[in-house]
Design a binder for this molecule. Structure first.
Ligand code: PMP
Length: 317
């Protein structure tokens, strides 16, 4: 066992997360599934990596300095990451989030000192859309828009950290990587890093039924829109931070399947993770069962279940 080194700041402990075999889930499968525990980041999600990467990049370019105001439109996890970085580095942070997001996330953000602006639900074409509200506030007030859906510091951090960590932890031995996309930063960056080292590795998008992204990957047009439970993933349009050309295929996961797998992760593996982890691992199970892969399948567990204790989908457990 390696003990992490003493550090100057909690921010130095973002990344370098554990990767665990899903032993109970894998026992009846022809190949094992491994999951990277991104819920163990200091802010509770994979988006801590994005937050520190965007702020480090903007500081290095001289665009921001402590005391400035940051603004972002986020379903919550990027907000938590940015709130953490803002607290530890001395920024003011304004977080725009759709009013449909869980109350738990809202409360956690406010507790960390973020100022919250709730937006009405609406597609990207609507001025009410949370991303448009954030852009407007940045323009009107001269605040720094962290722009997770456009900022290439987002996929880059996964190319430079998440992907290489997976390669090291797997001893360069994996057949496929599968995960869902919100901004697409994770899948794009990890795919770039894995394919540079292992050209035969397959990268598969896990997409909730109701999101358009699976269709964009497979046919260049969106799959039909609809409601789904998992937060922070799926989209009707392709963000700038998602490079669909690097993705080999897509799987569509219905709610019931994702929720059942989330419950298995918690109850059988002791992994206390949120709904997008269920989508990711449900897709990994399908890939393992397909018989198309003769090596391990790797995925990520993007966030922690404690963000969803008031969510409807959890009430049936
Ligand atoms: N799962 C959850 C819970 C998230 O909040 C996000 C980020 N929106 C993702 C998965 C997807 O990550 P990315 O933005 O890197 O595609």
């Amino acid at each position: 066992m390696t003990t992490p080194a003493r550090t100057k700041s909690i921010l130095d402990n973002i990344g370098n997360t554990p990767l665990v075999e899903l032993t109970s889930i894998s026992q009846d499968l022809p190949v094992p599934i491994y999951a990277k525990c991104e819920h163990m980041n200091p802010g509770g999600s994979i988006k801590d990596r994005t937050a520190i990467s965007i702020i480090d990049d903007a500081e290095a370019r001289g665009v921001i300095k402590p005391g400035d105001t940051l603004v972002e439109g986020t379903a919550g996890n990027t907000g938590m990451g940015l709130a953490l970085v803002a607290a530890a580095r001395g920024y003011r942070f304004v977080c725009v989030m759709p009013e449909t997001m869980s109350a738990d996330k809202r409360q956690a953000l406010a507790t960390l000192g973020a100022e919250i602006v709730l937006s009405k639900p609406g597609p990207l074409s609507s001025p009410n859309n949370f991303r448009n509200v954030a852009q407007r506030l940045a323009d009107e007030n001269g605040w720094f828009l962290t722009a997770q859906f456009q900022n290439q510091a987002n996929p880059r951090v996964h190319e430079l950290t998440t992907g290489p960590e997976i390669l090291t932890q797997m001893d360069n031995n994996l057949a496929a990587f599968v995960c869902a996309a919100g901004t697409g930063g994770t899948i794009t960056g990890v795919a770039r890093s894995l394919k540079a080292k292992l050209p035969d590795v397959k990268v598969i998008l896990a997409d909730p039924v109701g999101s358009g992204l699976a269709g964009w990957v497979r046919d260049g047009a969106p799959t039909p829109n609809g409601p789904y439970s998992a937060e922070g993933i799926g989209s009707s349009t392709v963000p700038d931070t998602l490079d669909i050309s690097i993705i080999d295929d897509a799987l569509q996961i219905p709610d019931e399947e994702a929720i059942a797998v989330t419950k298995r992760l918690v109850r059988e593996e002791g992994l206390v993770v949120g709904g997008s982890s269920g989508v990711n691992v449900a897709a990994a199970i399908r890939l393992a069962k397909s018989g198309d892969f003769d090596g391990p399948i790797v995925t990520v567990l993007p966030d922690s279940l404690d963000r969803y204790y008031s969510a409807e989908w959890l009430k049936s457990w």
